[in-house]
Ligand binder design. Structure first.
Ligand code: ZN
Length: 350
């Protein structure tokens, strides 16, 4: 299972998309069109003119920058979503979890679509999204999936296709605008409020419970470093830190956590670090960590995988196992959203 792509697919959400949401400005240029034809379809997006609702190209295709081929390819939206679900979630997951992922993946792509007023992929001008899981969202071609799944290809591809087809055209909206649906692998039992991770408050990204994730093999992980390595890595990041090799643990204090348990900040020696700093320094799976001592080593115990905001993929699978449907899963993780057909959103707005 490709843990590396879970959770990190939306890391850049925090670095690029969210700041752009903060600073977004309505497209102020006025055209000769009547105001009624200018609508905002995307949370934080630009006003867009919609004169021709029959131009289905607008929302049935997506311009994808395929990172490992270094080219932009125009794809059918639903076919693209199949490649995202297949890349972002294990095919063994429950059907209702795969369907929830399909709706989130479709919404994410449309929320970036330039033709709908989105910002596109900021790294690749002209593309709506890229296939780099560390920037937009992961996507795999049929060939890559054949290589990954081997003899299970037909079975898994049929399953993913069904999840996408059963939710065809469905998107997540909040107050009649497409949301930017963050998701991650494992929250650690409770998801995060967006503002505790990315500063700005987003009404549909609120902290909710997320049970049943502990079946994931990476629910709890540990990283062990020698005391010397610990000090040297901390000093690499912050050379001015004063840290005594004896009793390091007593020099770690003022640990401030989010309500979901992730570390916001902490003091090591005389320097304050963010949870994200420590996550990067020691390559941890999340910022929900704690330190322990063990002879000459420091043991870092980590709970969860990813940023913890929005839908937890393992939590979604746990809900599906309990019999919850994809819409119930999505409404649990995205507060106050509705699930509608993209065509209906366009009609409502027009
Ligand atoms: Zn991108």
């Amino acid at each position: 299972m490709k843990y590396a792509i879970y959770g990190i697919s939306l890391i850049f959400f925090s670095l690029i998309i969210l700041p752009s949401i903060i600073v977004f400005g309505f497209n102020s240029h006025k055209t000769s069109s009547t105001p009624a034809s200018e609508v905002k379809l995307i949370d934080g997006g630009k006003l867009v003119k919609l004169d021709n609702l029959d131009n289905t190209d607008l929302y049935h295709t997506v311009n994808v920058f395929i990172t490992n081929q270094n080219k932009i390819q125009k794809m059918d939206l639903e076919e693209y979503v199949k490649g995202v679900v297949a890349a972002e979630m294990p095919a063994e997951f429950e059907m209702e979890a795969l369907k929830a992922q399909a709706v989130a993946a479709r919404t994410y792509a449309l929320s970036k679509e330039i033709a709908l007023g989105g910002k596109g992929c900021e790294l690749h001008p002209g593309a709506d999204v890229c296939t780099d899981p560390e920037h937009c969202q992961a996507w795999q071609s049929e060939k890559e999936l054949r290589d990954k799944w081997g003899e299970n290809f037909d079975k898994y591809y049929a399953k993913i296709s069904q999840a996408v087809e059963d939710t065809k055209g469905l998107v997540l909206v909040y107050e009649n605008a497409l949301i930017v649906p963050a998701y991650h692998a494992i929250s650690g039992g409770k998801t995060e409020n967006a503002e505790e991770v990315w500063q700005n408050k987003i009404p549909y990204l609120r902290s909710v419970s997320s049970s049943g994730e502990d079946v994931a093999s990476k629910y709890k992980t540990t990283v062990v470093v020698s005391k010397e390595e610990f000090i040297s890595k901390i000093k690499q990041k912050e050379p001015s830190v004063k840290l005594n090799a004896t009793n390091i643990l007593s020099q770690i204090k003022d640990v401030e956590r989010t309500q979901a348990g992730h570390v916001k900040s902490l003091k090591i020696g005389n320097v304050t670090f963010s949870g994200k700093d420590i996550k990067e320094i020691f390559n941890l799976n999340s910022t929900n960590f704690s330190f322990d001592g063990q002879k000459d080593n420091i043991v870092i115990t980590v709970i969860g995988y990813g940023h913890g905001v929005g839908m937890s993929q393992y939590g979604a699978n746990a809900m599906a196992k309990e019999g919850k449907k994809f819409d119930e899963i999505l409404k649990h993780y995205y507060t106050g959203v509705e699930i509608i057909k993209i065509e209906d959103l366009l009609k409502v707005q027009h």
